[in-house]
Design a protein around this ligand. Sequence first.
Ligand code: ARG
Length: 441
Amino acid sequence: MVKKLWGGRFTKEADPLVEKFSRSIQYDHKLAKYDIFGSIAHVQVLKKAGYLKPSEAGRLTRALGAIFAAVNRGEFKYDHKAEDIHTDIQNKLQGVVGDLALKLHTARSRNDQVVFAVKSYCKTELAKLIARIDVLGDALSKLAIDNKKLVLPGFTHMQHAQPVYAKDYLNAYVHMLTRDAGRLAAISDSMKLTMGAGALAGTPVAFGAYDLAMNGVKIGAPANSLDSVSDRDFVIEILSALSIAGMHLSRLAEDFVIWSTKEFDFIEIDEAFCTGSSLMPQKKNADSLELIRGRTGQLYGNLVNVLTVMKGLPLTYNRDMQCDKEPLFSSIETVLTELEILTGLVRTLKFNKTKIEEHLEDESLYATDLVYYLVGKSVPFKTAHTIVGKLIRYSIENDLEIKSMAPAELEKFSSKFDREEILKLFNPRVSVEAKRSIKRK
Ligand code: ARG
């Protein structure tokens, strides 16, 4: 029998199925380090408050430190029969220091302990996510710099719109990632590590005793103990920010999938990021990108999952809240992996410049430049738009390139058209450089 933290009141063992159903150790063992960190802090609090003698505090801290070191070395083996990681660590501590471990739970409850552990876990993981977002951003920026002169057809509604710089396209994703990192950093800053809520009503320890700084991390008593044990806003905020980040990564993945098709052929994706087909020998599928797209469903699902768990829960702690962890861990791990895969893919991605140039020969991409040309010759914008619209239609219906039309033919549409001048407009670089509203570095 694994010792419970609450056995005293009970005369009966829990139903084995209920016991199994209630367990969270199979996933919350990830919180081991953070739970121990919280316990070490709690020992400090109990010492300050006079519940532990300095020698007792010393023994507990050393024993907790040894378990922490075992976790760090990957040698910690959790007891899969323990109810949760908090129970398991308490039991392991008792195995080392004996009954002294029973004093550790003075003035605390798992309701408070779990919030502390999850928040400190989140702070660490958010820092990792932000770092990986930065690395992907750097890879995209480098790809942008390496291809700084490259122009691509730009799309709206998936139709040829206007030429754009590849660097602007790639940097658009850098902007998204910067917002993602900003959101995660703001969430991390707003998560305050607190202790002293007890089960819900606070503890007999004076709030000042909770003011600690451990490894540069500030800890304090909560402003409201009822809110503190029942608040999972931070989990929902993280899942929301990761849903947005996942949506951005999915859009990048989709752009790359489209660009890698035979129809577009803008890019070559390194084979390391592709898989073949068991039936069609020619296939090189960008499955990793498709999975990044596909996993977005899981990220959104995790957000809706926790929103639903929390909906209508009365104050304060309810066991429902234990269900926040699997979706939280799942979203964090998914986005961390996606960022790493995309970084590798971006670092090895090659643009097919010849193919892109062929696409850029489509005259419709320069239609707007023709409009601006007429506007420059004092034709009202709307009139110019109609003139060029008619010209494009004429060119399509007669299967004629505008570039190949004689001056007289062009003048039928507008006397302002000068063939020599117009020919210069069908140029990707001229087109992108004519857009002066964008501040270029
Ligand atoms: N494993 C639990 C959780 O994650 C810890 C809190 C249990 N508290 C309780 N009163 N049963 O929420």
